[in-house]
Design a protein around this ligand. Structure first.
Ligand code: SF4
Length: 284
């Protein structure tokens, strides 16, 4: 049995920063509020809840006595109006929006001021996109997943930071083909960590007989890694934890590739590796 683990595993840099901030804040204050799920991973949320974090998903959920408390904004970011509301209801707001997402917002804002109409290749209901929308001029913005004909002529095309590289290129080609722009600015705003994880997944899937994609079932980036794995490796499995491994048939001849989503902690990966080491011993 051969086991190959992707080089990039565990939290991505943006999630790691937000996670560290939550942990440190709990040590300082015993209790901390987080606006929105910090990561799409049940186990991490449960661990943080046990330590003293309280996740609020709606502004209506903010308790009446919050004025002496601290709230943390997760890596996806939020709209300006939501942030303003949090500032009124909490004594301290710690904004842990990922710097890559913040840069995208700043860039879009600046180009709108320069007269560009902005096309965003992204999912209209994704938290990052809702945050972007709520920080820029909505009248000069269109969010779409498929190319559309528009009347504007001077445009900027950007992407949600977690979209696929190939799909973004196809989208750009489609937009340019069906429109008559006089000025088009194209910016690669996809997060490089996402791109590198996808490339590694593709390479590992091609040389593996069994692929394990570890991450929350509701994590869209983990789902994307699973789709890539499934395309090149018939026996690809999306698992949340080592407990699901008992259901998977593993043979001594297997070449196992392992990748994780950007919201999967290293501890989950280590448990999977421990299980596989034991299995290897049992099968030898
Ligand atoms: S995936 Fe990239 S953009 Fe998104 S939080 Fe992680 S580092 Fe930031």
């Amino acid at each position: 049995m051969e086991i190959n683990v992707a080089k990039r595993t565990g939290f991505c840099s943006g999630v790691q920063l937000a996670y560290n901030q939550v942990k440190n804040s709990i040590v300082d204050r015993n209790k901390i509020y987080i606006y929105g799920e910090l990561v799409h991973n049940k186990k991490v949320i449960e661990e943080l809840n046990r330590a003293g974090a309280i996740t609020i998903t709606e502004l209506d959920d903010i308790p009446d006595d919050s004025i002496n408390e601290t709230v943390i904004i997760r890596a996806h970011g939020i709209s300006k109006s939501e942030k303003d509301f949090l500032k009124k209801r909490f004594s301290k707001v710690i904004d842990m929006t990922c710097p890559i997402v913040t840069n995208l917002v700043k860039y879009v804002k600046g180009k709108q001021k320069d007269g560009f109409f902005v096309i965003v290749y992204g999912k209209p209901d994704h938290p990052e996109i809702l945050g972007l929308k709520g920080n820029v001029d909505e009248s000069k913005l269109l969010i779409t997943l498929s190319p559309v004909k528009i009347p504007q002529r001077k445009i900027l095309i950007v992407s949600q930071t977690t979209m696929g590289e190939e799909e973004y290129k196809n989208f750009i080609a489609g937009m340019v083909n069906i429109n008559s722009f006089t000025e088009v600015l194209i910016r690669d705003t996809i997060c490089s960590e996402t791109v590198l994880r996808e490339k590694e997944t593709l390479e590992l899937s091609k040389k593996s007989t069994l692929m394990l994609v570890i991450g929350g079932k509701n994590s869209s980036n983990t789902q994307k890694l699973y789709r890539i794995s499934k395309k090149y490796c018939k026996r690809a499995y999306h698992i949340e934890s080592d407990e699901e491994l008992k259901e998977i048939v593993i043979s001594p001849q297997d070449k196992i590739g392992i990748v994780t989503g950007s919201s999967t902690p290293k501890s989950e990966l280590n448990k999977v590796l421990e299980y596989l080491r034991q299995k290897k011993e049992d099968l030898s």
